[in-house]
Design a protein around this ligand. Structure first.
Ligand code: CP
Ligand code: NVA
Length: 299
């Protein structure tokens, strides 16, 4: 049976720690392997990307494989060829699908009809590769993730959902502050709590950030929600991560953002460019973590 990586919970907890350690080793030792020699991995992207696309293309090459990028608008997917047909065709050419799309159910269709590993490169519901890289970024500073408080300030979106799942696997305390109507999916939150995650939800950013070691935010309108931008700017008033809010965190609290960022909206210019900001390490760690995830799938 092929392994898939659709959410963080696809990696059993004990193995997730190993993936984290391996990603650190990949980084420190500049690891290159031939694990994927003779293998072609297709990147199917229905949304824009800089980091995820390039880190996967480079990462696949550093593991000896061949990445092939397909933008949906240039393929028959963009002309409504059914995904289940596309899956059956592509699986005859390639050894894996790395997919950025809208609904998570599309990945399930690819799993069902493709018969080759599927990796979630972002959906409306989750962004697990990003969060695994963020775990590495926190782990490098504080290996005892289970003793750390992480704040999420902003939209209860795909990133928030993956941070919720991350709290199950890595044991940190997660405090989310979201405006009314923009909370995370209740089923995802409830499941995480049932699985033992320490997660709280408030409408007060100061409460969530109080004592936090890591303060995370993300854009207020995600890809596919561009037409809601103005409405969301109004709803998210008071949710900008600025110096005053950062000051409520723990001593030496770090600011995190998956990027791309909108300065003056979800984060102030001064926080984004401050020494507390670790966003470039997060971006770099995408590469090392992609390689560790691919190794987990293919080894
Ligand atoms: N953080 C992230 O996924 O960036 P891209 O949209 O550039 O891939
Ligand atoms: N929540 C954002 C993340 C981008 C990496 C989006 O889905 O657009």
């Amino acid at each position: 049976m092929p392994k898939h990586f659709l959410t963080i919970l696809d990696i059993p907890g004990d193995e997730a720690r190993q993936v984290l350690l391996r990603a650190k080793e990949m980084k420190d030792d500049k690891v290159r392997t031939d694990l994927l020699a003779g293998k072609t991995l297709l990147l199917i992207f229905e949304k824009a990307s800089t980091r995820t696309r390039v880190s996967f293309e480079v990462g696949v090459r550093q593991l000896g494989g061949d990445p092939v990028f397909i933008a949906s608008r240039d393929s028959q997917l963009g002309r409504s060829e059914p995904l289940k047909d596309t899956a059956r065709v592509l699986s005859r050419y390639a050894d894996g699908l790395i997919v950025r799309t809208f609904g998570q159910e599309k990945l399930q269709t690819l799993v069902e009809y493709g018969g080759i590993p599927v990796v979630n490169a972002l959906t409306d519901e989750y962004h697990p590769c990003q969060i695994m890289a963020d775990m590495l970024t926190m782990f490098e500073r504080t290996p005892d993730l289970e003793n750390r408080k992480v704040a999420w300030v902003g939209d209860g979106n795909n990133m928030a959902h993956s941070f919720i799942n991350g709290a199950v696997t890595f044991g940190y305390e997660l405090a989310l502050a979201c405006p009314q109507g923009y909370e995370p999916d209740a089923a995802i939150l409830d499941k995480a709590v049932t699985l033992g995650a320490k997660v709280t939800l408030t409408r007060d950013p100061a409460e969530a950030v109080s004592g936090a070691h890591y303060v995370n935010t993300d854009v207020w309108a995600s890809m596919g929600q561009e037409e809601e931008q103005k409405k969301r700017e109004a709803a998210f008033a008071g949710f900008e991560v600025d110096d005053d809010l950062m000051a409520k965190g723990a001593d030496d609290a770090k600011f995190m953002h998956c990027l791309p960022a909108h300065r003056g909206e979800e984060v102030s210019e001064s926080v984004f460019e401050s020494p507390a900001s670790i966003v470039w390490d997060q971006a770099e760690n995408r590469l090392h973590m992609q390689k560790a995830i691919l190794e987990w799938i293919y080894k």
